[in-house]
Write a protein that binds this ligand. Structure first.
Ligand SMILES: Cc1ncc(COP(=O)(O)O)c(C=O)c1O
Length: 436
């Protein structure tokens, strides 16, 4: 059975087809995206038909920062599996990892773990609320699927416009949570103050990414830090995606502001489920005053993978490598677009690069890019998440193909034939309910 065939079947069994919006084939190339892999190593994937692709897209949605099936991380994990990955007693790796995380982030004193990003954010918000003893969260950006976050969209559909994923449907989130999560936009201090005013006496936490592609305006983070400190409200930095991209640790280490809690997931364990909530002793002690506890948060593979990933990341000084890979791709996109006469805008921090196509039918053009790149052996979209395994040679070969495809796109756009050239439907751009 081919990947697209299996996916069509899976949609009848699995609502939404997959467990992650960003892995839906409809987000890339409906009907033709390979959908499933049989093997992944380095930057290469093999699909169910044995076709090989070089992944120049989301790199497992940013989780595999070193490369697929990294031999050092896998060796550590295999050893943990062989020695028993779960037992009645705790694994010592979780204490070792806590020391390493606090060594890398000297402001932090205590650590808790979960296994996924959104789950870690929910635990962080619980701890922050337990610390402040107040309920309303003022936030900016995307932080996962949980009720505390989707509460922002209860009773309104536009609270998340301008954030990473607008329009998330909060069906199933109790109406009583309306008003408990109040958004503000990045670099909008007036909006932040308005959100704090709206929270009033129940202002209980600020949750945000310290930065993600856009630099903080002078005074932006500092003001938020001052306000939260003055009000005794924890400041939580979500580093699930931005962390470990430019340096070994949270991206906030490059900024002048330290939070009360920082949350890591994805990149810390190169594809194995692991997430960490680090914080000051004062704030993290609040985890003792509430109930935050789960069986599989104690297994051994996650912390083992995190230790191996972080140590390799530090030994390689992976941050600058990832930034250089992303910068090379961005420069290549810009040159290819200029040569082809294609109108694109490039954005995002270097290791999380993306471009937008400045055409009224941009989504169709983007879908055509993915279709043509797939035909030439690449998983490609308008985003590139760098892995250490993306060497200069791999990037240069990809960019040669991008030059070809950008030239083709320009011609097809001029002929007005984009939709005609697509063999299937246009990709989805955001949250949609899927027809089966
Ligand atoms: C900033 C941020 N927070 C939280 C999450 C949720 O993480 P997960 O998908 O592991 O639940 C994501 C995922 O993309 C993210 O980018």
């Amino acid at each position: 059975m081919t990947g697209p065939e299996l996916y069509r079947r899976a949609k009848k069994r699995i609502p939404g087809g997959t467990q992650l919006l960003s892995k839906r084939p409809e987000m890339f190339l409906p009907d033709e995206w390979p959908a499933y892999y049989s093997e992944a190593r380095g930057v290469e994937l093999v699909d169910l038909d044995g076709r090989r692709f070089v992944d120049m897209s989301f790199s497992a949605v940013g989780s595999c920062i070193l490369g697929y099936a990294d031999p050092d991380v896998n060796a550590a994990v295999k050893s943990a599996v062989d020695r028993g990955s779960m037992a009645t007693l705790n694994c010592p790796e979780e204490a070792e990892l806590a020391d390493l995380l606090c060594e890398l982030h000297p402001w932090a004193e205590m650590v808790r773990y979960t296994r996924c990003g959104g789950e870690a954010m929910a635990a962080a918000v619980r701890i922050a609320r337990a610390r402040s003893r107040k309920g309303t969260v003022v936030f900016c950006g995307y932080h996962g699927w949980q009720d505390w976050y989707l509460a922002a969209n209860v009773g309104t559909s536009d609270a998340l416009v301008g954030h990473l994923l607008p329009g998330l449907d909060p069906a199933g989130v109790p109406a009583q949570l309306a008003g408990t999560a109040i958004p503000f936009h990045y670099n909008d201090l007036a909006g932040f103050h308005a959100a704090v005013a709206k929270a009033g006496n129940d202002f209980g936490a600020v949750v945000m990414e310290p930065t993600r592609g856009v630099d903080p305006a002078p005074g932006f983070l500092e003001t938020i830090r001052n306000v939260t400190r003055a009000r005794g409200v924890p400041l939580v930095f979500d580093e699930v995606t931005a962390g470990w991209r430019l340096n070994t640790g949270g991206i906030h280490l490059r900024l002048a502001v330290t939070p009360d809690i920082a949350v890591f997931a994805k990149a810390i364990s190169n594809g194995y489920p692991m997430s960490a909530i680090i914080g000051t002793g004062d704030t993290m002690q609040a985890a003792q005053e509430t109930f935050v506890s789960s069986t599989y948060w104690t297994e051994r593979i996650g912390p083992t993978a995190a230790l191996a990933t972080i140590r390799k990341h530090r030994a390689l000084d992976a941050g600058p490598r990832l930034a250089a890979a992303g910068a090379r791709v961005k420069k290549g996109w810009a040159e290819a677009a200029r040569t082809a006469g294609l109108d694109i805008t490039i954005a995002g921090m270097d290791p999380l690069a993306r471009f937008t196509l400045n055409y009224p039918n941009a989504q169709a053009v983007r879908t055509l890019f993915t279709q043509e790149m797939l035909d030439l052996g690449y998983l490609a979209s308008n985003s590139f998440y760098a892995m250490v395994a993306h060497t200069d040679e791999i990037i240069d070969r990809y960019l040669a193909t991008v030059r070809e495809v950008f030239a083709l796109l320009k011609g097809v756009i001029e002929e007005g034939a984009v939709e005609k050239r697509l063999r299937g439907p246009v990709a989805h751009a955001g949250f949609y309910r899927l027809a089966q």
